[in-house]
Design a protein around this ligand. Sequence first.
Ligand code: AMP
Ligand code: ZN
Length: 432
Amino acid sequence: MFWQKEIETASRSEIEKFQLQMLNDTISRAKKSKFYSKQLENVNIVKNIEQLRELPFTTKEDLRNGFPYGFLTVDLSEVVRLHSSSGTTGNPTVVYHTAQDLQNWANISARCMYTAGARKNDVFQNTMGYGLFTGGLGFHYGAEKLGMMTIPIGPGNSKKQFWFMKNFGTTVVHILPSYALRLYHSMKEDGVDPKKDLKLKIFFIGAEPHTEELRREIQNLYGLKAFNSYGLSEISGPGMAFECPVQDGMHIWEDFVIPEIIDPDTLEVLPDGQEGEFVLTSINRQAMPVIRYRTRDLTRIIPELCPCGRTHRKIARIKGRTDDMMIVNGVNIFPVQIEKTIMNIPQAGKNYIIEIMKKDYMDKLSVKIEINENTFDGTLEDLECLKRKIEAELKAETGVSPTVTFVDQGTLPVTEGKAKRVYDLRQVKDKR
Ligand code: AMP
Ligand code: ZN
């Protein structure tokens, strides 16, 4: 059931055949929503997969403008779950699921896990956040579907994590790559050697960009295989693309989504092999399908067939994003969220920079703000108070805990033209 040979190894023409059917079903379903009833007004039936490229794109902005129900295709009584994407300003992006959607998502997640080698007798520890973030619940149900004993431990508390791993013989773990490093060092501090003392076999790592070097480091430290896992809330969540044992690119499940790569400037569809923006059409979502959704993730489709025998195409590791979204320990944050908070505080100046670093193997966000000498003339204690106030407001806005430092007015760099606000200092350290 989890290895669906006929689907996963179908020929290109067979894949296109079922995709066409699913795409047309999706178009007619999508037209029941307010947004697509207008957007697809003149579209009735698509005769071949190539015609998909004649349909208009859907953007994150469209999803936000459609808040709250503009994309819903079913009666609210059919909806059984809501998820909301992190890191949005203004209206969040809300995603709805019917019971069938959740079933399909669990099936595709179970397929991912099975592909990586997880089996019914494995013990699965899910260290991803449970809640609106899809990492926790998404793979939780997939793991249960596969039949693994599932430990819904959630993130953080490293000591508790390895206590569970040791006592319950955890073999499979879903984890942020940044947290995997931190957890290892925490184990080391407590004299735990994962290679000797634990039974770990497989990590699923994803939700944030990471390098091949980092993956190798995780594999070496723990003595296991770490598989890259890609997904986004708008198309359910984790499980949309996943590495097979070949560990060279992630298979996009083409019975779930139709992938395209476009040039983000000209919006032209690019041939397989060329790098550009990843665009996805969900073809088996009920409550809220999206058509030609611009993910803003940069990657390429790998043209060669995979030696594992699966014919669903693969994408290369995500290289970055076309927008300025930052991913901090798996949480999506836009610089404007930080700016908005700072601008509401009169004592803070208008010039600021954001730095993201690695500290103790985790991402740390730090915000340097020029003090506004015209509106602030307090003592050092007042300054400390102001710092804590801004930190608390930034935490409420972004969901992570940034550190604030004040600098004198006029000391931060001023660039000509577009201001450079974000300094991402993580990549350099990853390759250490
Ligand atoms: P969210 O909808 O909050 O789950 O965020 C989805 C975004 O996280 C994607 O659009 C990517 O930018 C990022 N992401 C998810 N998985 C990966 C991965 N394996 N590698 C790199 N980035 C990822
Ligand atoms: Zn493969």
